[in-house]
Design a protein around this ligand. Structure first.
Ligand code: ATP
Length: 901
């Protein structure tokens, strides 16, 4: 192949472009595509540069607490307290290593999730439509574009029907550019190359076919390196608030620490080394540096769990918003139903036929009652079947004995019907070639194609039946003659088929003038002859029925907003278990309502039919004005504004367009309503776990700091030394808090109402909890220390008991905090989760090492304890658990209104 890189494809005509790339109107053969993939490499842009490993590791030393500690290490070195210096440095290092490993894991998880979103593209290979991974596209491929697609490579268009492409990413022009197939002038700027489509731009309307002229880095967007995808960071408003909170708290503590140093030195007359170490201990105790990291990891684990349940979070704040969602607006096809369509009935001007056979294979019969009908002997069936096969963009393929659809399942079902009528799909399409198309659009709800047929030109139209009915003057009778249309008869037939939950489509035909080469709306608006109706079944998903019920229990109402017919929508809504299905509001009715009337209608009905994307937007607006938090699903390019406007936009990963996915916060990889319910559950769980981590760590910090401040203020011996606090905070507390990230949902998680938006994180209850537990911890530490000293134990042993008491109290507090909304004193509660048990086991082993190994005794100034001293330590933990459970009980019982954190 000649040098394609420097060719100005926009100046070549179609044939020359195809020739230059050694391709044809049937695309490349699969073997040739594979060879070119080897030669040109994958169609991918280089990954945005990541920080190097060294920088990532060093970044873990970049926080205030570490600076304080490094300063402390330096001062201890000057004071010749070498052991302290060594311990501080060791802990700083261990902490950075743990942070580095955890961060690496979180990033990997995010990377894997991002990969799940990599786009696919429909291409023609050897004349067949196939869906391939976007990275596998090669120069010479023919790419099929439709509304909502992201253009996967730079293309020379060889077919374009009403094609509009948004090129703002490249040209800055916000109005979509009209595309055609005529060559452009050599000097035309990117925005004026109307016969080209560029990688990364978005198809706003219409459809087209393009020849790939450049892939990957060779594309126009590939040449501009700073336009690469921005990377989603692992943060939410809650995490950000906590990071800010931690920063302020740190500043406050540093000032406070300076004051305490002055106080200890000047007022209490403490020696400098002593007061210095006490204040270092206080800083370590009080600065919640570990908190933001733990929250980030909790988030990463939550996001990963949600991805496993088919919900991919594209924007992290959505996780929090999910917990507040009070209305889910969902579409029907594929989300509540399986999107496995089968034509079950055909209505003609005089009879209603049934069609048997499931799946997309050609096996099945057409029957009138019990009588089998041969399509060839029927006056209407062959033309109806031709309409099904020709006015169609899908393809069927047999894979391992089952037939699968490439493209829209509804169109797949129509191809299967063609097969059942005896028409081989590809042969028919070749025999009657398509000359032009009016692509389907949810706005006009029909699709039309122009064909060359036995010397004449014929237009087939299929679409929403009321729409097509309006375009027809006549209907074809059983004798093959066209007669004036009896609208009443047809409307009744539509209602009857739809009432069974079947989706109804109408098919019509028109003979066009011999010289017609293109068709526009004016060609199909009138003079069509109605051939008949198709009724398609699409069974509801069993799991959606369960999920709708679950949502209702969680205080979330579910509204079905569909483009389908009112009667079909109502029938499916009833099968799914939606509550208010008596009144179905249609798009036309919405148009006639003011906001007040619409608000009332929304509260009275769960089903909205024959809606367009603009109606979705209005529904969101009135619901939001009513104080509701909305999750809204969407798939088409026109859904993007509604997805953006909704509090949570949810796009369909399979049938959804790239435009919808980019506008959405969440993408469902299985298009299933049950995954929305699972996402809500996941979001609520992550939020709970974030709060649990906060509620766990802050009181630990509080308890330690109070003890140290009290000791300094009252001139008492420190119950825990600085390096001991370092040990507890950077080893035990972190391990225990991390286990909370793996907490499964609490039983009640989908039984409580949505969290009102804007509830503060540090709710009065949480603040109370922090104060209460801090006090408990402080008292526990001091009481144990004082008891030990009163019993005549040396200060090292007393401190070892105090440290172990603190850790044991933490462990018991961990069990308590796992159940915010119920008691922890259950069999399940005591058993814990694997993560909790591993953390507890690890911390226990570490505490044994701390207490009994000689080198730890030297490093941390600890002393081995006797068995009875150990029992005394554990007794304090048990006491704390009972006190906490009593508090929970009292709150549950008497302070009903205030929801526990
Ligand atoms: P939902 O919004 O629940 O996914 P939907 O798929 O019916 O439902 P739209 O895609 O907006 O919503 O379709 C609206 C109507 O347009 C359909 O009910 C059908 O009558 C008609 N229609 C859909 N797809 C096609 C198509 N490819 N060709 C012709 N008509 C179509």
């Amino acid at each position: 192949m000649a040098d394609i890189e420097n060719k100005a494809f926009h100046t070549l005509d179609k044939a020359a472009a195809l020739e230059a790339l050694e391709s044809s109107e049937k695309g490349l053969l699969p073997e040739e595509a594979a060879a070119r993939l080897e030669k040109y490499g994958p169609n991918a842009l280089p990954e945005p540069e990541k920080r190097s490993i060294v920088m990532r590791f060093l970044s873990h030393f970049h926080n205030t607490l570490i600076y304080v500690l490094l300063g402390a290490a330096f001062v201890t070195l000057l004071m010749a307290h070498y052991i302290d210096t060594a311990v501080i440095l060791a802990v700083v290092l261990v902490n950075a290593v743990i942070g580095f490993i955890q961060e690496g894991k979180a990033e990997k998880a995010l990377d894997a999730i991002r990969k799940m979103l990599s786009p696919t593209a429909a291409v023609l290979r050897g004349g067949r439509r196939v869906t391939v991974d976007g990275t596998e596209i090669v120069p010479g491929d023919l790419v099929l574009l439709e509304a909502g697609d992201k253009v996967p490579a730079d293309l020379r268009l060889i077919a374009a029907h009403g094609l509009l492409i948004e090129e703002a990413v490249l040209t800055g022009e916000s109005v979509p550019a009209e595309k055609d197939t005529h060559k452009a002038a050599e000097e035309a700027s990117l925005g004026d190359r109307h016969c080209m489509a560029f990688k990364g731009t978005l198809v706003a309307a219409g459809e087209g076919t393009g020849l790939v002229v450049a892939t990957g880095q060779k594309t126009e967007i590939g040449k501009i390196s700073d336009m690469l995808a921005n990377v989603e960071t692992l943060t939410t408003p809650l995490v950000r608030q906590m990071a800010v909170f931690a920063k302020y708290l740190t500043g406050f503590i540093l000032v406070f620490a300076a004051l305490m140093t002055a106080f200890g030195f000047l007022v209490r007359g403490m020696a400098f080394p002593e007061i210095f170490m006490a204040v270092v201990g206080l800083s370590v105790a009080a600065i919640p540096e570990g908190l933001p990291t733990i929250l980030t990891i909790t988030l990463a684990i939550g996001v990963q769990a949600m991805a496993k349940r088919h919900a991919i979070v594209r924007r992290m704040p959505a996780i929090e918003t999910l917990g507040s969602v009070s209305v889910i607006c969902t579409d029907k096809t594929g989300t509540l139903t399986r999107n496995e369509m089968t034509v079950a009935s055909i209505a003609t001007a005089e009879e209603v036929l049934t069609v048997t056979g499931t799946g997309y294979g050609p096996e099945g019969d057409i029957k009138n009652g019990d009588r089998k009908i041969k399509a060839d002997d029927h006056a209407l069936l062959p033309e109806i079947a031709r309409g099904a096969v020709l006015c169609n963009n899908a393809a069927l393929q047999e894979k391992d004995g089952t037939w699968v659809v490439e493209g829209d399942p509804m169109e797949g079902a129509l191809l299967a019907l063609g097969g059942k009528c005896g028409f081989a799909v590809e042969e028919t399409q070749e025999k009657y070639p398509r000359l032009d198309t009016i692509p389907f659009d949810a706005k006009h709800r029909f699709m039309a194609t122009l064909h060359e047929m036995e010397g004449e030109k014929r237009i087939f139209v299929k679409g929403a039946p009321e729409r097509v009915l309006d375009m027809c003057a006549a209907a074809r009778g059983a004798d093959g003659q066209d007669k004036k249309i009896d609208k009443k008869y047809w409307l009744k037939a539509i209602e009857e088929i739809a009432a069974e939950g079947q989706r109804v489509l109408a098919v019509a035909v028109k003979t066009a003038a011999k010289n017609t080469a293109e068709i526009g709306f004016e060609d199909v608006e009138s003079g069509l002859v109605l051939l008949g109706l198709w009724g398609l079944i699409d069974p509801p998903r069993d799991e959606a029925i369960v999920a709708v019920k679950e949502c209702r229990e969680a205080g979330i109402s579910v509204k079905m907003i569909t483009g389908d017919h009112a009667a079909t929508a109502a029938a499916i809504a009833r099968q799914i278990g939606l509550e208010k299905t008596q009144r179905v509001v249609t798009g036309a009715e919405i148009d006639g309502m003011d906001d007040a009337a619409l608000t009332k209608a929304v509260s009275e009905s769960d089903v909205f039919a024959r809606t367009s994307p603009a109606h979705k937007l209005r529904l969101i607006e009135v619901l939001q004005a009513d104080g509701k938090v909305i999750a809204m699903t969407g798939d088409g390019v026109n859904d993007a504004p509604a997805l953006k406007r909704a509090d949570i936009g949810i796009a369909m990963g399979r049938k959804g367009s790239e435009a919808a996915k980019e506008a959405a916060e969440i993408v469902l990889t299985d298009d299933n309503f049950a995954s929305i319910a699972a996402a809500v559950r996941g979001g609520r769980t992550v939020y709970d776990n974030l709060k649990k981590a906060i509620a766990f760590l802050l009181p630990v910090n509080g308890g330690e700091s109070f003890s140290l401040v009290a000791a300094i203020l009252f001139g008492l011996t420190l119950p825990i030394t600085a390096v001991q606090i370092l040990w507890v905070n950077m080893v035990s507390s972190v391990a225990l808090a991390l286990s909370l990230a793996f907490e499964p949902p609490e039983q009640q998680v989908m039984k409580r109402p949505p969290r009102p938006p804007n509830t503060p994180v540090l709710s009065p209850f949480l603040l109370w909890r922090i104060a209460f537990v801090s006090a408990l911890f402080c008292i526990g530490i001091f009481a144990q220390f004082t008891l030990a000293q009163a019993a005549g134990l040396d200060v090292e042993t007393a401190r070892t008991m105090a440290v172990n008491t603190l850790v044991v109290m933490e462990i018991f507090y961990l069990f308590s905090i796992r159940y915010t909304h119920g008691t922890s004193l259950t069999f399940e509660g005591v058993l814990g989760t694997p993560a909790v048990l591993i953390a507890v086991a690890a911390v226990t082993v570490l505490q044994f090492l701390f207490t009994y190994t000689p080198f730890m005794n030297v490093f941390f100034g600890s002393n081995p304890l006797t068995f009875m001293q150990g029992v005394q330590v554990v007794a304090f933990g048990v006491a704390v658990l009972f006190l906490l459970e009593t508090e929970k009980f009292i709150v549950r019982r008497f302070v009903k209104k205030e929801k526990p954190a």
